[in-house]
Ligand binder design. Sequence first.
Ligand SMILES: Cc1cc2nc3c(=O)[nH]c(=O)nc-3n(C[C@H](O)[C@H](O)[C@H](O)COP(=O)(O)OP(=O)(O)OC[C@H]3O[C@@H](n4cnc5c(N)ncnc54)[C@H](O)[C@@H]3O)c2cc1C
Length: 362
Amino acid sequence: MRRAALIVGGGPAGSAAAITLARGGHAPLLVERTRETADALCGGFISWRTIETLERLGIDPDALTPMRITRARIFAAGRRGEARLPRPALAVSRRRLDTLLLAHAETLGVAVERGVTVRKVAEHAVSTADGATLAADALFLASGKHDIRGGARPAEARGSDPTLGLRVRLAPSPALARLVGDAIELHLFDRGYCGVVLQEDGSANACMAVHRSRLREAGSPEALLRDLMHEAPQLGERLAGGWSAIDAIANVPYGWRTERTTSGVFRLGDQAAVIPSLAGEGMGIALASGRSAAQAMVAHGAAGAAAWQQRFARAVAAPLRNAGAVWALSDRRASAALLPFAARVPGALAMVAASTRVPALD
Ligand SMILES: Cc1cc2nc3c(=O)[nH]c(=O)nc-3n(C[C@H](O)[C@H](O)[C@H](O)COP(=O)(O)OP(=O)(O)OC[C@H]3O[C@@H](n4cnc5c(N)ncnc54)[C@H](O)[C@@H]3O)c2cc1C
């Protein structure tokens, strides 16, 4: 049976597409490889712009968490700079966000099949791990960090010293609550950064992006964390109570985006564009791409995929470029040391924050 729309991946991008298609009168099938929603590796920072997109999708931000993040704090070379965010943001675990989004899609009539891994994508069809072929007029590729044969992002996009993501959880404690409070913290260190923020259950998410060369020098993720406790003492204070098992993902192609796609295939989220994560806008891009691609499908059918992909790539070009420039500055010891001072300049943080948000697409 050939469906009108098939969505591969039940992260923010896939769920946003599913919700919008269902509202537009389509009955998409969404396939997701995991059987239960996991807590995906992510900083969990949701910007004010992303909050607006969530509201447009019918998600009440207070149902995610009643807490708000109002400040950004930057640490580098032992210095600290702090400023108010232009508007309140929030921080939530991916388990909570992805669960709510997918449940909302299901209440709108989206068929969700879990435990289905797509192995190959082609024009108008995908092959699954159990040997089935699923055909559709339009395919929404929302597999995020995971590349799929036939639709994989180019290996060169990773760069010569690729970036890895590492994440630990820090158990709730009065000390952590006092230290971090209602701020999103960015601890900058040689060839990487660690974002620390309190999430809905009071635990802290400590999520870092680090170049492979730095991890190799340390020897292992555990050894890197121990090194960082000395190199970045304020981060060390937050890690002092110990951490959970370390989650990791390899080869995050920061700055990559595509204008091109296969006929009838809408590439969404990290499969469309990857913004450096310290901007805290990856989920914004995922949700906005899912929503706007689905709107294009409702208006123009599967034939609208190519034009939509070009339009989306153009819309995110400036935020990606600006976030790339900040990542390049934060990545080097000499320039990173200046960023705590820069954060204190009135209006500076608001300007950078605005320049790295995905624009409204409708
Ligand atoms: C270190 C780091 C920190 C970050 N911090 C933030 C932050 O604080 N704020 C922010 O906004 N963004 C952040 N991001 C970016 C954000 O996590 C991503 O941009 C976002 O998750 C992309 O959403 P997505 O829906 O495209 O993909 P994903 O969230 O990766 O979801 C993809 C889904 O597809 C499923 N899937 C994968 N392969 C298959 C397959 N073959 N078959 C079926 N299903 C499949 C997966 O199981 C998953 O559920 C961070 C990223 C990194 C690396």
